[in-house]
Design a protein around this ligand. Structure first.
Ligand SMILES: Nc1ncnc2c1ncn2[C@@H]1O[C@H](COP(=O)(O)OP(=O)(O)OP(=O)(O)O)[C@@H](O)[C@H]1O
Ligand SMILES: [Mg+2]
Length: 392
């Protein structure tokens, strides 16, 4: 979720510098910037942080800070000081300031300060609908997590709307590594606290990656996976769909066809089946396509994504399509160096190498998702999948 800043500067030059710092952070979003002389008596209600270029010996400014900080409903206050001394820090602390900075501000230092902030209340425009997209790997290691995490990041950036990634690889979920994040909570916390959940409580359980992207990680421990049932998943997804905070929910589904995965598919609007041009992955993909056909998922659309594609590979595109009996919706270029770097650094390609060919291929998936505004199924009429996988 975005952290909204109002910035009040003394010198224009410092104002521009601070603006750059805010805009280059992952979650910071500038909603207002003014000269300090125009500091309003009351802070803009859509602000989470007021960033002030502090002026010594300005008693009026000190009173403003003290009064604002004393109101629990007020945004947090950050100061930009000309110099940080013990005295200035004591004074800032007494006034109720949250964070103090001096030139030069290191991006990591600023990011840490953002991470320490209390989460802002959700005060966003509601999405018209929440579209759930399941990424389903045809086999281990075909790139399902890479595609889910990267498409989610690009979707948020391109559409400027809220996207949630849910890691449904419940045993070995690796989404956190693809974003290099260390979230405090996982899906287990959502399940354990479900009865107490409201929209703002939810925010504290999802990990914000940037302005548009949030993550719900898989359980941290192997044995916790058993605690997640299909009914839990259904409750969470239905709650989120009703809430309409997220425009998109992307599910990184496990390639094992277990009951949770099947419920995820049942509740999705789109299924993107991920395969690569190898016989084992393609033969699994064929079986899964047959199963999806058999399940007859009402309004749900399924597409095939062919990852790790090489023009001069062993199999041609028409051979792959002939084998699957289906058209390939998107091909994603094979590039172990770029993809490996993105995964090992934990940074999506859209952030790291947005003009790279793999990133262009990922963007084509996003364009396709955004372009398809045909009316979607809402999960009704698919309840017989449940009967199919029920154990009794
Ligand atoms: N387009 C690509 N080009 C080259 N290598 C790729 C590409 N996509 C994925 N890979 C490689 O494939 C490996 C597996 O990727 P990823 O973890 O996303 O797959 P997965 O299907 O989620 O696997 P798992 O079954 O373990 O969850 C990664 O090490 C990555 O480097
Ligand atoms: Mg994976």
């Amino acid at each position: 979720m975005a952290i909204r800043f109002s910035l009040y500067y003394h010198s224009k030059e410092n104002g521009e510098y601070l603006q750059k710092i805010i805009n280059s952070s992952r979650q910071g979003m500038l909603v207002e910037t003014q000269s300090l002389a125009k500091l309003p008596p009351e802070v803009n209600s859509g602000t989470d942080v007021v960033f002030l270029e502090y002026q010594e010996d300005d008693a009026k400014l000190d009173r403003w800070i003290e009064k604002t900080a004393a109101d629990p409903k007020s945004p947090s206050i950050f100061l930009f000081l000309h110099e940080i001394t013990t005295n200035s820090l004591w004074k800032a602390l007494r006034l109720g300031v949250k964070e103090c900075f001096a030139f030069p501000i290191r991006p990591e230092e600023f990011q840490e300060a953002l991470d320490r902030l209390p989460r802002p209340d959700i005060n966003l425009e509601l999405a018209d609908t929440t579209r759930v997209v399941a990424f389903l790997g045809s086999k281990g290691g075909v790139g399902n997590t890479f595609l889910t995490t990267n498409v989610a990041h690009l979707l948020g950036q391109e559409q400027k709307s809220q996207v949630l990634v849910v890691d449904l690889d419940l045993r070995y979920g690796q989404v956190v590594y693809f974003y290099d994040i260390r979230p405090k909570y996982t899906i287990i916390d959502v399940i354990e606290n479900f009865e107490r959940i409201d929209s703002s409580y939810l925010q504290s359980l999802f990990h914000p990656y940037d302005k548009y992207l949030s993550i719900l990680p898989a359980p941290a421990r192997l044995e916790e996976a058993e605690a997640v049932t299909p009914d839990h998943l259904e409750k969470i997804l239905r709650y989120l769909k009703n809430l309409r905070v997220f425009s998109w929910i992307l599910l990184d589904c496990c390639h094992q066809m277990d009951e949770v995965t099947l419920r995820a598919l049942e509740l999705s609007d789109d299924i993107l089946l991920v395969t690569n041009p190898s016989i084992p992955a393609l033969s699994n993909a064929k079986k899964l396509l047959d199963l999806l056909h058999l399940l007859d998922l009402g309004g749900v659309r399924s597409e095939v994504l062919l990852n790790s594609w090489q023009k001069r590979g062993d199999l041609g595109e028409s051979e792959v399509e002939g084998f699957l009996g289906r058209e390939i919706s998107n091909k994603i270029t094979f590039d172990p160096i770029q993809v490996g770097r993105s995964i090992n650094e934990g940074r999506p390609l859209g952030e790291m190498a947005s003009r790279h060919s793999v990133c262009q291929d990922l963007r084509a998936i996003v364009t396709k998702l955004l372009g398809d505004d045909a009316s979607r199924g809402n999960g009704h009429g698919r309840s017989w999948i449940r009967r199919l996988v029920r154990k009794d």
